[in-house]
Design a protein around this ligand. Structure first.
Ligand code: SF4
Length: 446
């Protein structure tokens, strides 16, 4: 790597000026700001990457070993965020392959979410009653080394052929119970505005579809893609929602904040999902700072995902306890809207299961024995009346609100909570010590 980068005096928490990177030192600012130029100049080889960062032996091995397994491609913008000297840089860890990625390849799980089993048309996954996942392409602006869809992304064809999109639209027309379509990929925003509009406008023609959602990482790894034109176009098809994906506060640069502002200013609610990644953001302090930065920028934290148990991702996975510890550090300690839901995507297509610290230690008919975020114990008195029938309910729904099949009427009731004891007595020694509550054992009843 060039001595110019070695001597870089501009390195800051959010990266460095691109002109200090030898590869792009002569690139005009208007080119740098052009998302198509960024896509055309992605770092895809060892030789290019060596001009951006000091590679460790493990990274060098990773770049070479994963070439045939999962493409490396990193936008110049994203490269400018990387710490050239420190392999623990969170951006670097997420996008530069490491040798560990190859462990278990060929013997592990390649569709841990069971999406292929729920595929009802090319690109259409119908797993939940009222919503579908619409995978419209397989190209991303950069490739995350922790990607769950490695089996699909990074393949040569950019967009699903029109015929296949039509098959998905045809399925949706025949399934009015689907009210929410999540458009993902790949990253749908790697498509042209024209192709994006084709998909979104065709979906809007289907009257049973209420909400159109996009999943895109563009605000994070190619904020220039979020142009005024594209958000203006999407705003014609409201309600449109976008979920983006920031994993570390370092990623919230001036450019990415401006991209998010363009989305929100177009009236598009913006959520964020984060994946908990070992060594990248597996720290309560880092996640809390990320959540604070998100809400400061009008981005609602939505999910905190446990990293999937997928081939080549073992080195990224955290114990479930780490996620619970992170949630423990958020709930009560910061604003409720800055607290995402921690979920584990259950293997084999089991769907998302929320996981939370336990605040209810035991239930009796007369009280819930609970603790607060500080660990202090409380008795919450149960009401004496327990009939919760909503007498107006039938009238309300009969009055014309159309309940599609698969809605409230067909839902599966959740399993009942176990009532530890039906007696009305306080446990001896109540309140118990915090350590007892945290131990997770049922509280003894007198
Ligand atoms: S943007 Fe999403 S689909 Fe694309 S590589 Fe990253 S995680 Fe995978």
């Amino acid at each position: 790597m060039s001595a110019d980068v070695d001597a870089d005096p501009h390195l800051c928490r959010h990266g460095r000026p691109y002109t200090s990177i030898p590869l792009w030192k002569d690139a005009p600012a208007e080119k740098w700001a052009d998302w198509r130029w960024q896509l055309q100049n992605c770092v895809q080889s060892l030789e290019m990457l060596e001009q951006v960062i000091h590679l460790t032996p493990e990274e060098r091995e990773g770049v070479l070993a994963t070439r045939s397994e999962f493409q490396m491609s990193i936008t110049p913008y994203l490269c400018s965020l990387m710490d050239p000297y420190d392999p623990h840089c969170p951006v670097r860890m997420q996008f530069v392959p490491r040798g560990a990625e190859m462990s278990g390849v060929g013997a592990g799980v390649t569709d841990s979410l069971g999406e292929d089993a729920h595929r009802v048309a090319p690109g259409l996954v119908h797993r939940y009653p009222d919503r579908v996942l619409f995978l419209v392409n397989n190209m991303c602006a950069s490739y995350c080394r922790f990607c769950t869809r490695k089996r699909l992304t990074g393949l040569p064809n950019e967009v699903l052929p029109k015929q296949q999109i039509e098959e998905s639209l045809s399925y949706l027309r025949k399934h009015p119970e689907v009210r929410d379509v999540l458009i993902s990929g790949g990253d749908p925003f790697t498509m042209s505005d024209k192709n994006l509009e084709y998909v979104v406008s065709r979906l809007r023609e289907i009257s049973s579809i209420e909400v159109i959602r996009f999943g895109t990482k563009m605000p994070m790894f190619l904020p220039m893609r979020i142009t005024d034109d594209v958000v203006k176009m999407l705003a014609k098809y409201h309600p449109v929602w976008i979920n983006t994906h920031f994993n570390h506060p370092k990623e919230l640069t001036a450019e990415s904040k401006a991209a998010c502002a363009r989305i929100v200013n177009a009236g598009i609610p913006l959520g964020n999902q984060t994946v908990l990644l070992r060594g990248v953001n597996s720290s309560p302090r880092v996640v809390k700072e990320l959540m604070h930065q998100l809400v400061r920028n009008r981005i609602r934290p939505y999910y905190l995902f446990q990293c999937d148990n997928e081939e080549g991702l073992e080195h990224f996975r955290t114990p479930i306890e780490t996620g619970i510890e992170v949630m423990e550090s958020l709930r009560g300690w910061t604003s409720g809207f800055a607290v995402p839901t921690f979920v584990v995507d259950l293997p084999g297509g089991g769907g998302k299961a929320p996981v939370s610290p336990n605040y209810v230690n035991a239930l009796t008919q007369s009280k819930a024995m609970m603790r607060n975020f500080e660990g202090r114990a409380f008795n919450y008195p149960q009401p004496t009346q327990t009939d919760c029938t909503v007498r107006y309910e039938d009238k309300w729904f009969r009055a014309g609100l159309d309940l599609a099949a698969g809605d409230v009427t067909s839902r599966t009731d959740p399993p009942e909570l176990t009532v530890v004891s039906a007696t009305d007595e306080s446990p001896s020694g109540w309140p118990l010590r915090i350590a007892d509550l945290r131990g997770g054992e049922p509280m003894p009843e007198a």
